[in-house]
Write a protein that binds this ligand. Structure first.
Ligand SMILES: Cc1cc2nc3c(=O)[nH]c(=O)nc-3n(C[C@H](O)[C@H](O)[C@H](O)COP(=O)(O)O)c2cc1C
Length: 447
């Protein structure tokens, strides 16, 4: 176990809690204000956090009545943030089901250049028929197929990023040669899902390529992570589940021929911080009171594939629910939610309150010391390499985390007091990837 933990700030509109926008302190228009995101990133950088992260999906998620749901495209946000910050890592989601590898590889290489080596890509396959219907499909492609396509997508993207040698650009004014063309190669990828000649129209970027992040916890998701991911976001409700996930994914990573240290596992935590435990609980309860349960009831009915009127707000979940095998969308989240409701015998109304903060991520209401204790406990017990910090309310939740929790973690020697590296991979203690064509070059040169 490394001595220091890693902290990523997962930023979502005015907070992860679905009712955060209704608090008196919240600006319900902030989610479309680029300067708002710049300020959040600067706050995270003040706390020396490893990175910030924006989730995304190419669809209007849920009912727009429920919460601020329109989103700026995250690599656009990251580009603006890149020029107003200098150290913090910048991670954005992009879908492998609804993008083309060439355009996406170019976009992330551009963010890596714009930020001097701070870009990260959260690779998702995108669940949900609504998104599929924005791209000429009737329904979500099959789960396994989505992950197969994602694997080929990442193979193509890494080949494109490696299509330029690191020393290809000479910029030799005397000789009149800008780039050594022999160090820029076509990739000629002709696969099952993609045909891409390459090369990329950008030199290899400061990190070689962006940090590869993954966030699916199903069987297919874990296998994919073990092969490709350098950081993994995951939702885990209990210490036991988090430890089992951590141990399993590290073992799969070893089985895939990789060093277990080369993958960093970050479960989510939604901290609700108060001066006293009671004050934190009051904020949690106030947020729960502001939830309009009908939106969540409809969403859960869709998730469980049931008519809405079969879900009664004041009863426990029906006995007869589908199993993970029947789900083509987000498999692991389905199981997590059903297990949470059954384990704690929650009524639907209580379940909705529990999901309101982090949609299945662990919420934790307490003082700054209690939040630091919760983080330290999971870290020391081998359940995490770090955490995805998901403030329930923004910007106040991030400010309190940075100003109150981070100093405690620093005093305990668990978190950096200054940045020692300049790239996102550097912050996570990961090496810059070698160019996969280096060996091929050596072979050609030896002939
Ligand atoms: C912290 C976190 C962030 C996620 N962000 C996104 C996202 O931005 N877009 C998306 O489509 N899915 C996102 N997901 C969902 C996962 O990519 C995945 O679809 C889900 O966890 C279910 O994966 P599975 O079917 O492999 O279990 C996120 C999941 C987690 C845990």
């Amino acid at each position: 176990m490394s001595k220091h933990l890693h902290l990523n700030a997962f930023l979502m509109s005015v907070g992860h809690h679905e009712a955060a926008w209704r608090l008196p302190e919240s600006d319900p228009h902030a989610h479309t204000d680029i300067n708002y995101y710049v300020r959040l990133a600067q706050t995270a950088e003040r706390g020396k956090l490893d990175s910030i992260f924006f989730a995304d999906s190419p669809v209007l998620m849920g009912d727009p009545g429920r919460r601020p749901s329109g989103k700026l495209e995250p690599t656009v946000i990251l580009t603006a943030v890149a020029v107003q910050t200098s150290r913090i890592g910048l991670i954005a989601t992009a879908s492998t089901s609804y993008n083309d590898p060439f355009n996406l590889a170019r976009r992330f290489a551009s963010v890596d250049w714009a930020s001097n080596g701070r870009a990260g890509w959260n690779i998702v396959t995108t669940a949900g028929a609504d998104a599929a219907r924005n791209f000429g499909l009737d329904d979500t492609p099959d789960h396994r197929l989505r992950y197969e396509k994602a694997a080929e997508f990442v193979d193509v993207a890494t080949k494109l990023w490696d299509s330029w040698d690191d020393d290809a650009v000479l910029a030799d004014k005397e000789l009149g040669i800008h780039t050594d063309a022999s160090k820029v190669r076509k990739i000629l990828h002709h696969g099952e899902h993609f045909r891409v000649d390459g090369p990329l129209n950008l030199p290899r970027s400061p990190q070689g390529y962006p940090l590869l992040v993954q966030a699916g916890s199903s069987e297919d998701g874990k296998e994919f992570a073990a092969r490709y991911a350098e950081a993994v976001f995951t939702a885990q409700q209990t210490l036991d589940d988090a430890k089992a996930f951590y141990t399993d994914l590290k073992a799969r990573t070893v089985a895939a021929g990789r060093d277990p240290q080369s993958i960093k596992i970050l479960p989510g935590i939604v901290p609700i911080i108060g001066d006293t435990e009671e004050q934190a609980r009051e904020l949690d309860e106030e947020l729960a009171r502001l939830i309009s349960p009908e939106y969540a009831r409809k969403q859960l009915a869709e998730r469980f594939k049931l008519p809405v009127d079969e879900l009664d707000l004041d009863s426990e979940l029906p006995e007869d629910l589908p199993t993970e095998d029947d789900i083509e969308g987000a498999k692991s989240r389905f199981t997590l939610i059903v297990n949470l409701a059954r384990r704690e015998r929650l009524t639907l109304r209580e379940l909705i309150a529990r999901l309101g903060g982090g949609r299945g991520h662990r919420t934790f209401a307490g003082t700054a010391v209690q939040v630091a204790d919760a983080i330290e406990d999971w870290f020391r017990q081998g359940a995490a390499d770090g955490f995805n910090i998901m403030p329930a309310v923004l910007p106040s939740g991030l400010e309190r985390f940075v100003d109150e929790v981070v100093p405690i973690l620093q005093e305990r020697g668990l978190f950096r007091t200054e940045y020692t590296e300049t790239t996102l991979r550097g912050h996570y203690g990961l090496a810059r990837p070698a160019n996969q064509f280096d060996d091929a070059d050596a072979l050609v040169a030896a002939r």
